[in-house]
Design a protein around this ligand. Sequence first.
Ligand SMILES: Cc1cc2nc3c(=O)[nH]c(=O)nc-3n(C[C@H](O)[C@H](O)[C@H](O)COP(=O)(O)OP(=O)(O)OC[C@H]3O[C@@H](n4cnc5c(N)ncnc54)[C@H](O)[C@@H]3O)c2cc1C
Length: 411
Amino acid sequence: MARRRVDYLLIGGGLAAANCARWLREEGADGSVLLVGREYDPPYNRPPLSKGYLQRKESREDALFRPDDWWAEQEIELLTRTTVTRLDARERVASLSTRDEIEFDKALLATGANVRRLRAEGNDLNGIDYLRTLPNSTTIGADADRAERVVLIGGSYIGTEVAASLTAAHDVQCAIVMQEDVTLERFYGPEVGGYFQRVLEEHGVEVHGGQELERFEGRGGRVAKVVTKVGLELECDAVVIGAGVIPEVTLARQAGLELGEAGGVKASAQLESSVPGIFTAGDICEYDSPIHSRPMRIEHWDVAFNQGKTAALNMLGRGVEHTVVPYFFSDLADWTGMEYVGPGSGEVVVRGSMDEGDFTAFYVDDGRVTAALTVGRSDDLEHASRFITERPQLDPAALADEGTDLASLAR
Ligand SMILES: Cc1cc2nc3c(=O)[nH]c(=O)nc-3n(C[C@H](O)[C@H](O)[C@H](O)COP(=O)(O)OP(=O)(O)OC[C@H]3O[C@@H](n4cnc5c(N)ncnc54)[C@H](O)[C@@H]3O)c2cc1C
């Protein structure tokens, strides 16, 4: 066992930790930086795993956060395939699966999230996959190549994106089975979710709403059928489950860091945890959002990216609050795509045409925009972000009216 000291220890090899490392260096940190992640691959972007990489339009290298030699150039020590097994927050020492012990000055805890696993009879059959990592995506693509029909369990963004990618690029029949009545309705409501469901169905994806999974049946050890509680039976050769994620707080809990109501690591607006000098970012971070005036934990790529930067700045003592409006994007193959700022809820006010796939849906609560989703109108999001931050009282009719210049509203 060896014991050594670093200035900055970044735990978790995902986007939040990677971008934190980058910004430490860009902002002039000259101390030692060690990034420890337990995956086989160096930090990479997950969005292509359900989109371009799964469609084989993008390579593994395209998905990487930075090329392999960048880490050494930046003098960032990168330990992949290494787990931080214990964190002593008071003594500021981390134990690694390599049996090394690392003393640190400042740390970032960015251990991300794990997939939510479903318990159902037959769930250990071959051909039932979850999607979180690069190897998962490779396996799903290979399974789809051998399949005539793939069933997606879950009608959220993993289920819908994977159904679109497999249909478009692997020439396989896809069927979505979900608890909700309409795809994506839990995030965006039935009206907006219905737009995405129509696009999926127009491209041949079967959608079965209001269904609760009962069991999987197999043949020769491989999944062959999905059966739901009301008796829907779908023959298939592979299954992909997208049932949400759970923040990976094992280490945080062991270290005694305070956890929040949404199950993440509680953090201030500066992303500092309950232990001074230990910061958090990304899918596990439950921060006191100055924009929303309440604690938020958000599982978006862009949030992990920007929080990694905010954490880096605060590790350098800059004292900045995380005030970026959370942004999300999703694509259904090259059929349609959306961008979203929020999160928020309220009455849906549509500007443009859903039938033509060219619209922005504003979510308006008590005259204030809390969120917005756009298909094909990225510029609207800039205005929506301003409305979310400044919280002006707006007339829904003016938002919906294409004749209104959004830039002029509430100025
Ligand atoms: C298939 C897919 C598609 C997505 N598409 C989109 C999209 O289109 N738009 C969007 O906004 N978001 C998307 N997301 C979500 C986005 O990718 C995540 O919000 C983002 O990756 C979170 O980054 P993170 O660094 O917080 O966590 P993670 O990416 O989960 O990284 C955390 C890392 O820490 C490692 N780790 C955990 N515990 C330890 C430990 N004890 N020691 C060492 N390492 C540890 C984990 O193995 C993991 O590698 C997608 C996610 C997936 C899976």
